[in-house]
Design a binder for this molecule. Structure first.
Ligand code: ATP
Ligand code: MG
Length: 399
């Protein structure tokens, strides 16, 4: 079938007034930016609907990308024809005919937005329905629970016919909820946490702590690749790479082994808070899940949180590893995440990390360090990279 238009629907019914405008504008931006570099399509909106005019581009390929635009609740590949009863009947029939598998029951739903059209919605539904019944002997009408609904929308600019509704990813368009700084490691969890924040409309920046030469250039490359996977859901992700070697070395020299991880995390938070302030992020996000490992107990989170005032969002807090893994497979970060490159935490694993650390004890150990100077130095030497969809997509498309 040669479709002309993809009709996009967006949910979040609670949105009203000014919020609705912002939502629609952000969604337009997302849709345009995800399609623009790859297709010669036109995106329009009117009266609470959005349309992608395909201009001959492949509907399937366009829809695959729309599946990654947060804020879209569903979309339909649609045919656009003139306001001509015979043409409408024929095209509706063709649409149903090409469905695989063939539906056993259907219903026609007409909306006559252009009242100049001579038949009412009811009459038009009947005409189209009868035409389909006559030509497809196996099919029946079921008004209550049909397998297929044939939508006919008669508008001034043309008549739109569709009979498939494909779910979108839901959520809110990236950009409507402000900015969050994600602590991105090379593991399974933090990319999923970032994706979940994006799903709620957040513009994501990422921060990664790198301990060269304890951790290799390849482990940093892996983090870039993960950030790049996330860009497929929402444009550019700025990645802040923090040199962490000096801090880790200082902690290892001056602090007791069971508190190494706790103190290291406290440094991560202090540095992240400062970077967040610089970039205008209003919260940090991590991939922690309650009780998953020793450093993810409530005591530990308290001890870690107590050195900063910025909110720390933990979207995976109540999820099991299997649930997190399932999402990471779906968003295609899993295979990258399990690549066995060392991480700044793995090179730093004490035999018996404390599971119930206390803020005042951590603070006492930190007296052996010049915390402010170490933090300031790391912040100063942090480098920012722009990870864009395009930059790597071209490379991956070659494989
Ligand atoms: P992940 O799979 O995200 O690495 P994890 O289960 O391995 O998580 P931890 O190693 O305890 O858990 O890390 C907890 C969180 O701390 C991570 O989800 C991430 O947000 C952050 N984090 C850990 N290491 C780094 C790092 N090198 N750079 C940035 N953030 C990090
Ligand atoms: Mg990890």
């Amino acid at each position: 079938m040669n479709y002309d238009v993809i009709l996009i629907r967006y949910g979040e019914l609670a949105l009203k007034g000014k919020n609705r405008d912002l939502f629609e504008e952000a969604l337009m931006r997302s849709v345009k930016s995800i399609l623009r570099s790859f297709f010669k399509v036109k995106v329009r909106r009117n009266y609470g609907r959005m349309y992608v005019e395909l201009n001959g581009e492949d509907a399937q390929a366009v829809m695959e990308r729309l599946q990654r635009v947060f804020g879209i609740s569903s979309f339909s590949p649609t045919i656009q024809v003139e306001q001509d009863e015979e043409v409408i009947k024929q095209k509706a029939l063709e649409l149903v005919q090409q469905l695989q598998p063939q539906p056993r029951t259907f219903r026609v739903e007409t909306r006559r937005a252009d009242k100049r059209f001579p038949k009412t919605s009811m009459e038009m539904s009947r005409v189209v329905g009868t035409h389909i019944l006559r030509n497809l002997p196996e099919i029946k009408v079921d008004v209550h629970t049909p397998e297929v609904v044939v939508n006919v929308e008669i508008r001034v600019e043309g008549t739109f016919i569709s009979c498939e509704t494909i779910p979108g990813p839901g959520g809110l368009p990236v950009g409507v909820s402000g900015k969050v700084l994600l602590l991105l490691s090379g593991g399974i969890d933090s990319p999923v946490a970032g994706w979940m924040m994006m799903k709620r409309g957040v513009t994501l920046e990422a921060i990664h702590f790198h301990s060269y030469p304890f951790t290799s250039e390849r482990s940093l490359e892996k983090v870039r690749d993960l950030a790049h996977k996330l860009t497929r859901w929402g444009g550019t992700v700025r990645l802040h790479v923090v040199p962490f070697t000096e801090i880790q070395t200082a902690i290892r020299e001056k602090c007791p082994e069971d508190y190494l991880i706790t103190i290291m995390r406290r440094f991560m938070m202090r540095i992240s808070q400062q970077i967040a302030e610089k970039t205008g992020a209003l919260a940090l996000a991590t991939g922690e899940s309650l009780g998953q490992v020793a450093s993810q107990t409530l005591e530990s989170m308290n001890t870690i949180n107590s050195v900063v005032s910025i909110p720390i969002l933990r979207p995976l807090i109540g999820m099991d590893k299997t649930e997190i893994t399932e999402i990471s497979r779906r968003i295609d970060t899993y295979e990258l995440s399990i690549l066995p490159y060392e991480d700044c935490c793995t090179i730093f694993t004490p035999k018996n990390p404390v599971t119930r650390p206390k803020p005042h004890i951590a603070a006492r150990f930190e007296e052996n360090l010049d915390v402010d100077a170490l933090v300031a130095d790391a912040v100063n030497r942090t480098e920012v990279e722009e990870i864009t969809t395009k930059a790597r997509e071209i490379v991956t498309d070659l494989f």
